[in-house]
Design a protein around this ligand. Structure first.
Ligand SMILES: NC(=O)c1ccc[n+]([C@@H]2O[C@H](COP(=O)([O-])OP(=O)(O)OC[C@H]3O[C@@H](n4cnc5c(N)ncnc54)[C@H](O)[C@@H]3O)[C@@H](O)[C@H]2O)c1
Length: 435
């Protein structure tokens, strides 16, 4: 049984979503959704472009804001938008009067804009994670209650065709009740390393990869199980990147070890990165090609986390960021069978499969997925449709994620890194935040 609190809050969100959600109201009034965006780096540009190209009939970008005055100008050009640009968020909101504020800044700044936007009377759509520590989480939940605005968390990982299929099978009770989940995440020496080049390597910006990256996976599990997490135990180490190399530099462009470092990357060959980051370095000093061996790395690169859910199910989760290929191995173990999802990509190893095996029955590969083009295997356009084309449409799989889903997914990661800090101590979610 899902917890009453969990279901009630979700029902609240769904019920109110269609009527009071300002973007839905705008569409009902026959006008486009006025969207103001803060954070115009890589993901921000991706959002802007996608909205302009695919939702120009329902969305109008009315303002772009970033703390980096140069980057916001470059982003405007890359998006191809005619919207005014700002470095002052309050001014943008005041002048553009948006129906929706889209937050795509670095993770640790999300809460600032979520709260301020709601305080100024606006609904918010934020990139994941909702927050990077328990204090931010409490402040967001309190602000939502106080200002009565709607908050959506953009969990595109719910929208992968395989993730939706798993949800559907679970709702049909294809494997009975889920007793445990095994979830293994493999990030390779390109994707995994990218987090150690960028701001994610600093815990104060990302809340470690347990928050910045794994919040997707914790959210999937919370959603699949339809039961909130209650307790977390975590272990994590920095065993590969950071200090674990005899030589290092500040960033690749100036590195004297270019010839011998397997992680050397030449950002000058990427025109977009040169414009969006290198050309804007003068404003904030941020280097997109940071050395993966820098001594300031204060996150871990290998994680093992156990999570107990309210319904008694438990999750065993691992993430490793230095693998020879990308991949996931996920298993949901139920009273009547098991669902496996395995995906590998890299080093000539390319495969993916969802398998349903009922107890005492035959194992079958599930093939009836919807297929869709677009970012993250079609997950991004599926998410965008739900918000910008059909904001009031029925949502039988519960794909819409509000503040509580955002909070629980971040809190598993936060509890995980608190547990790591405390030498593997058990951390209870209810001791972190009053939900
Ligand atoms: N859902 C997904 O699949 C997905 C994919 C990539 C990134 N993301 C998320 O999107 C967000 C942005 O990531 P990114 O890859 O674009 O990073 P990025 O570094 O390219 O961009 C971040 C931007 O935020 C700006 N910024 C930093 N602090 C700010 C502040 N206090 N106020 C205003 N702007 C500020 C930076 O100047 C930069 O332009 C992150 O939260 C990340 O976790 C989600």
């Amino acid at each position: 049984m899902p917890s009453p609190e969990f279901s009630l809050r979700r029902r609240d969100f769904l019920a109110a979503g269609a009527a009071a959600f300002a973007p839905a109201l705008a569409l009902a009034q026959g006008r486009r959704i006025r969207l103001a965006q803060v954070g115009t780096g890589g993901r921000g540009v991706y959002w802007g472009r996608s909205l302009l190209q695919n939702y120009n009939d329902t969305v109008q970008i009315v303002g772009l804001c970033d703390i980096n005055a140069k980057r916001v100008e470059v982003a405007k050009e890359l998006i191809g938008s005619g919207a005014p640009t700002f470095v002052d968020f309050d001014r943008m909101v005041e002048e553009t009067k948006p129906d929706l504020v889209l937050v795509t800044t670095v993770d640790s700044a999300h809460y600032t804009y979520i709260i301020r936007a709601m305080e100024l009377g606006h609904d918010v759509l934020t990139e994941k994670p909702l927050c990077t520590d328990e204090r931010q989480c409490q402040m967001i939940l309190d602000a939502e209650r106080k200002y009565g605005r709607r908050l959506i968390v953009a969990f595109n990982a719910r929208h992968y065709p395989q993730a939706k299929k798993i949800k559907q099978l679970l709702m049909e009770k294809a494997i009975g009740d889920v007793i445990s989940v095994d979830y293994q995440e493999y990030l390779d020496t390109s994707h995994g390393a990218s987090y150690f080049r960028r701001w994610h390597r600093i815990k104060e910006h990302s809340g470690t990869l347990l928050v910045s990256k794994s919040c997707h996976h914790f959210d999937q599990v919370n959603w699949w199980l339809d039961s909130p997490p209650v307790e977390v135990v975590g272990y994590g180490d920095l065993r590969f990147y950071g200090r674990n190399n005899p030589f290092r530099s500040t960033h690749c462009r100036v590195c004297p070890y270019k010839q011998r470092c397997q992680f050397y990357t030449d950002v000058t060959r990427n025109e977009t990165s040169m414009k969006l980051y290198v050309g804007c370095e003068g404003e904030d000093g941020y280097q997109i090609d940071g050395c993966v061996w820098r001594l300031d790395v204060n996150i871990q690169d290998t994680y093992a986390v156990m999570v107990k859910h309210e319904n008694g199910a438990r999750l065993s989760y691992t993430a490793n960021t230095f693998m020879p290929y990308e991949g996931q191995e996920i298993a949901l173990n139920g009273t009547k069978g098991r669902i496996d999802f395995n995906m590998y990509d890299g080093g000539g190893h390319r495969d993916h499969e969802v398998r349903l095996t009922r107890n005492f029955g035959k194992s079958e590969v599930i093939r009836d997925f919807e297929t869709r083009s677009g970012g993250h295997g079609g997950a991004d356009p599926s998410l965008h449709d739900l918000i910008f084309r059909n904001p009031g449409a029925p949502d039988p799989l519960g794909l819409r994620a509000g503040s509580l889903a955002g909070a629980y997914s971040s809190l598993v990661g936060i509890a995980g890194y608190r547990s790591i800090e405390r030498g593997g101590e058990r951390v209870r979610i209810r001791d972190l935040v009053k939900l």
